[in-house]
Design a protein around this ligand. Structure first.
Ligand code: NAP
Length: 297
């Protein structure tokens, strides 16, 4: 089959519904794929199903790991697999230096293996294009949680967004769109200026304690400890805190429990609330990324 990935050998290890959509797109673009741990798949030209990840990576030009990557002890995220799937030393040894290894989020053990093996490790969740597109299902998921958990409407509520980065901006826009009274906290004057353009009051972190006292719901996107015990003690007793920042979030959850504030860490929303959209985002970004990593773009 022709296509811009024609002749490129790809190994896919683990994944969920998102990677199934990605696999279909890569096949459509002509890649030859060996896949392990993606469960039952329809027979498709160019796709070989392997039981063992080591067989899948043998001879591959590119390795694709699932968005959540690999947990401790080398356990690959593979909820569709019949049995646990491991990224063993044998698998690592079969990947030559220079091979692109694409993963959403790489934990330290994978980073160490990549450095030792000389692989080109690409953390796709951090890429601007990916993060901006993923901000849509993330923001929708965060608002869904707020609707489920609050006894009041989003419309008319005081919504505080911490961090006006890729996720925070999309979230603030959506909240505004459904009638929330949005306030933003951001450390950067340019981002606060952007908030001003949008009509949202915006303050630096020195104003955080005063801002949280007015909030019905707080969405945190800052991956640093911002909602400390002291800050939490200034919130309304009925406040809802939805922490979107990567594990462990930016909230002191022990303090929140002590103070009887409702606070939840909400990781991995794109894959949970909109797996099909999240899969289409991978399918949109990975083909060109593969070509770029192989120096063919
Ligand atoms: P981003 O564009 O980098 O935005 C992060 C924001 O936090 C920026 O406003 C940044 O300010 C600010 N920030 C970072 N460190 C800070 C610090 N020490 N003090 C004060 N402000 C700080 O990132 P993003 O793509 O929006 O993602 C935000 C977080 O959400 C990340 O942890 C990401 O992994 C996570 N995430 C979660 C989900 C989910 O499903 N829960 C989905 C996507 C992303 P500057 O611009 O000044 O650096």
């Amino acid at each position: 089959m022709g296509g811009m990935l024609s002749g490129i050998k790809v190994a896919m290890l683990g994944g969920d519904a998102r990677e199934v959509i990605l696999l279909e797109e890569l096949l459509r673009q002509g890649a030859e794929i060996k896949v392990a741990g993606l469960g039952e798949l329809p027979r498709q030209d160019g796709c070989t199903i392997c039981e063992d990840p080591a067989d899948a990576v043998e001879g591959a030009d590119v390795i694709i790991l699932p968005v959540p990557g690999i947990k401790g002890e080398g356990l690959i995220y593979a909820p569709r697999a019949r049995r646990p799937l491991y990224f063993s030393q044998e698998v690592a040894a079969a990947i030559p230096a220079g091979t692109p290894v694409l993963v959403g989020v790489a934990r330290p053990p994978l980073k160490e293996m990549a450095a030792a093996g000389g692989w080109l490790l690409v953390e796709t969740a951090e890429m601007d294009e990916m993060a901006i597109l993923n901000s849509i299902p993330t923001a929708e998921g965060a608002i869904m949680l707020a609707m489920q958990e609050m006894p009041i409407t989003i419309h008319g509520c005081e919504a505080l967004v911490l961090g006006l980065g890729r996720t925070g901006f999309t979230l603030a826009r959506m909240l505004d769109g459904i009638g929330a009274r949005v306030t933003v906290i951001d450390r950067g004057a340019p981002d606060r200026a952007r908030a001003y353009v949008e009509g949202w009051p915006a303050f630096p972190f020195s104003e955080l304690a005063a801002a949280v006292a007015r909030a019905d719901v707080i969405f945190n996107t800052v991956p640093a400890p911002v909602l400390t015990r002291d800050v939490l003690s200034r919130t309304k007793p009925e406040v809802l805190i939805i922490d979107l920042a990567s594990n462990p979030g930016g909230t002191d959850f022990n303090a929140a429990a002590d103070l009887k504030r409702r606070a939840m860490l909400a990781p991995g929303l794109p894959g949970k609330v909109a797996p099909q959209t999240a899969g289409k985002i991978l399918a949109r970004i990975y083909p060109a990324l593969i070509l770029k990593c192989l120096g063919r773009l």
